[in-house]
Design a protein around this ligand. Structure first.
Ligand code: FAD
Length: 268
């Protein structure tokens, strides 16, 4: 199907992008277009104006600070994360980006677009929650920061509201992370995915595809019994569909949580 007629703007600065987004109710940011253009073609979304972020080099930076904090610009693509020396400070980022779809999607799709679309089956929302990431949002009133666990509000809904732009994601230092998923096909959509991160004795697990937003659970230890108990204690109420029943998704959440924690703890 052809796109409905839409205005197009290609701002030269982040400030201009924010101004354009705030100017019209129907304005939408265009990043890699891997979700947005598809939903426009299906007429599920019909923005009045696309504000193309592709000339904004300041959104493409990857910075590793001396304290180990990694900052990724919203327009960094999955392929750039995979190739980045700095991003290897947190190797799980490249590992997970390499699992997303195919090479075309990885070359165009951006980390900002991934989290801002907040498709509950996407790879990055649970990963960002488990890593304790901070989201930087710019609007007409200036910049604000918000934790990843507060950023995801519902299916396709985030704290980056109309007229606002996610500019970057910063991730605290740390290396003990894991990720496990069961996708529909080799490069396909996840049925369930789980990200784990260890910070000293503390364990953060974020379970994806079982609710509108990633479900954060904090097992008391990395022991299998503690991980199982924490996932069971979350009383998950996942959706069911042609790919998996709710019971099977609950089962996968437990199994994948064990695998993700085992990877983070260096046990596999
Ligand atoms: C065939 C196929 C398979 C896929 N499989 C997977 C998969 O297995 N796992 C997975 O995680 N993803 C998958 N995706 C989705 C893909 O990762 C998309 O790239 C991603 O969801 C959106 O990123 P984008 O840069 O293309 O954003 P766009 O499509 O350009 O934008 C998506 C949404 O985010 C908004 N947005 C983008 N950037 C910003 C910003 N900086 N600030 C505020 N709002 C912004 C846009 O306005 C739009 O609403 C798949 C896509 C395709 C086409």
């Amino acid at each position: 199907m052809l796109l409905r007629e839409v205005d197009y703007a290609r701002p030269a600065s982040v400030q201009e992008a924010v101004r354009l987004l705030a100017e019209r109710d129907g304005a939408r940011a265009l990043a890699g277009g891997q979700t947005l253009i598809n939903v426009m073609k299906a007429r599920v979304a019909s923005p009045d104006v696309l504000v193309d972020l592709n000339d904004l080099d300041e959104l493409r930076a990857i910075d590793l600070a001396s304290d180990g904090r990694l900052t990724l610009g919203a327009m960094v693509t999955y392929s750039e994360v995979i190739a980045s020396v700095e991003a290897r400070a947190r190797p799980i980022l490249g590992e997970v980006c390499a699992q997303i779809a195919d090479v075309q999607v990885r070359n165009r799709g951006t980390i900002g677009g991934n989290v801002c679309s907040n498709d509950p089956t996407n790879h990055l929302p649970p990963l960002m929650v488990a890593l304790g990431a901070t989201m930087h949002i710019l609007g007409a009133g200036g910049e604000r920061t918000i934790s990843a666990e507060e950023f995801f509000l519902g299916v396709y809904m985030t704290a980056a509201g109309p007229g606002e732009l996610l500019t970057k994601i910063s991730i605290p230092a740390g290396k003990s992370d894991g990720f496990a998923s069961v996708p529909i096909g080799k490069d396909g959509t996840c049925i369930v995915n789980v990200a784990a991160s260890l910070d000293g004795g503390a364990v953060r697990l974020a379970i994806g595809c079982v609710d509108a937003v990633p479900v954060l659970v904090k097992p008391e230890s990395t022991e299998d019994g503690a991980v199982r108990a924490a996932v069971q204690g979350a009383n998950l109420d996942p959706p069911w569909d042609v790919h998996a029943s709710a019971d099977y998704r609950r089962h996968l959440a437990e199994v994948l949580a064990l695998r993700a924690v085992a990877q983070a703890a260096g046990r596999n």
